[in-house]
Ligand binder design. Structure first.
Ligand SMILES: Nc1ncnc2c1ncn2[C@@H]1O[C@H](COP(=O)(O)OP(=O)(O)O)[C@@H](O)[C@H]1O
Ligand SMILES: [Mg+2]
Length: 334
């Protein structure tokens, strides 16, 4: 686990409890260099706790952290300056302008390359305005500019899109993409699947303090999609026999109501699945489709019943069973 592995950030067996509450339960992250890594998980999953550990704001109960190829030690000031971070919401001097704030930050310790303050992202025309008059988006950008002051190789950002308007989110996304294009590693958390899908090269999904999936976004999206269909228990076997000629089918349980069958088919064929069942008098009480990643994320965020080995999914029930009208596709994953 060194930079020879091409990793800018790695954790192994990271654990952290707050009192009796276990927030991180053995987290293993592997963040390659030069990518935008989307650290995706529902609220309460442990993202901010991870960020606090990575920046030395908290100390782990167990496990190791490696930043830029070397073990992380809290007192290592030099290392901290090679890693830019925006974790808790940053505070600024409201009566100084953006540029003066960055200068104040710079004089607090980091060595700042000449001209750096001037060139920093998104501040060009507003850099001389008082921060008191900044929008949340401007403050976020100033926060990122602050994190970039010492020209770090690795940038850690905890939900930087939170509170931004759509234009601000687009601008932020561009900034982060450009940073990765210039060779920096950007580790950014989000609870929004859609945001990560448009931003990240590599995705790690965290749920209940554990990493449940990690890989390139391409690989996750190129996995064949799935169509899921919900039928009455008495019709389950017949439905399965009908669908098996189309693709692999597996039963994925539900904790309440009718069971689900998962058909490994591209989402566009949802209607075909429904039609095939209906032609034999089997009317689905639920139908949904999407990519593997969407389904996984739904499973993780859709219910509290994480203890079930069968998993639980949020379903969109079809009004007027079996009409084949609405495949429940494209739900937002907020
Ligand atoms: N300061 C704290 N004291 C006690 N529990 C906390 C504290 N911070 C976070 N937690 C708990 O730890 C878990 C992970 O929280 P957090 O890391 O903030 O998740 P996320 O950032 O993914 O929403 C949650 O159950 C949360 O309630
Ligand atoms: Mg958080």
């Amino acid at each position: 686990m060194t930079t020879a592995d091409g990793l800018s950030l790695a954790t192994r067996g990271l654990r952290k409890s707050y009192g009796k509450r276990l927030a991180l339960d053995g987290l293993d992250l592997s963040v390659p260099s030069g990518v935008v890594y989307g650290f995706l998980g529902p609220n309460g999953a442990g993202k901010t706790t991870t960020m606090r550990l990575l920046t030395g704001l908290l100390h782990p109960d167990a496990g190791t952290i490696e930043l830029l190829g070397k073990p992380f030690r809290r007192g290592d000031r030099k290392r901290l300056f090679q890693v830019g971070a925006l974790v808790e919401s940053p505070s600024f001097y409201p009566y100084l302008d953006g540029r003066q704030n960055l200068r104040a930050l710079a004089s607090a310790g980091a060595s700042v390359p000449a001209g750096r303050v001037e060139e920093l992202v998104g501040l060009r025309d507003r850099a001389r305005d008082k921060v008191a008059g900044y929008s949340l988006g401007m403050k976020q950008r100033l926060g990122i500019a602050g994190a970039l002051l010492s020209d770090p190789k690795l940038l850690l950002l905890d939900e930087p899109a939170n509170g931004l308007d759509p234009a601000g989110i687009v601008a932020m996304r561009e900034t982060l993409r450009n940073l990765a294009a210039s060779g920096k590693t950007v580790f950014v958390s989000s609870h929004l699947l859609a945001e990560v899908q448009v931003l990240a090269d590599v995705v790690g999904i965290i749920a209940a303090g554990k990493l449940v999936r990690e890989g390139t976004l391409d690989a996750m999206l190129n996995d064949q999609g799935v169509v899921r269909v919900r039928v009455a228990p008495a019709q389950l076997d017949a439905a399965r026999a009908l669908l098996e000629p189309m693709a692999a089918v597996e039963r994925t349980g539900s904790l309440d109501g009718d069971p689900w069958l998962t058909v490994h088919l591209e989402p566009a064929r949802a209607a075909e699945v429904n039609q095939r069942l209906a032609s034999q008098g089997i009317f689905a009480s639920g139908l949904e489709s999407g990519t593997d990643l969407e389904m996984l994320f739904l499973e993780l965020t859709g219910g509290e019943n994480k203890g079930s080995s069968e998993g639980t999914f949020r379903a969109i029930d079809i009004a007027g069973q079996g009409q084949g009208q609405g495949a429940g596709q494209g739900r937002g994953a907020a």
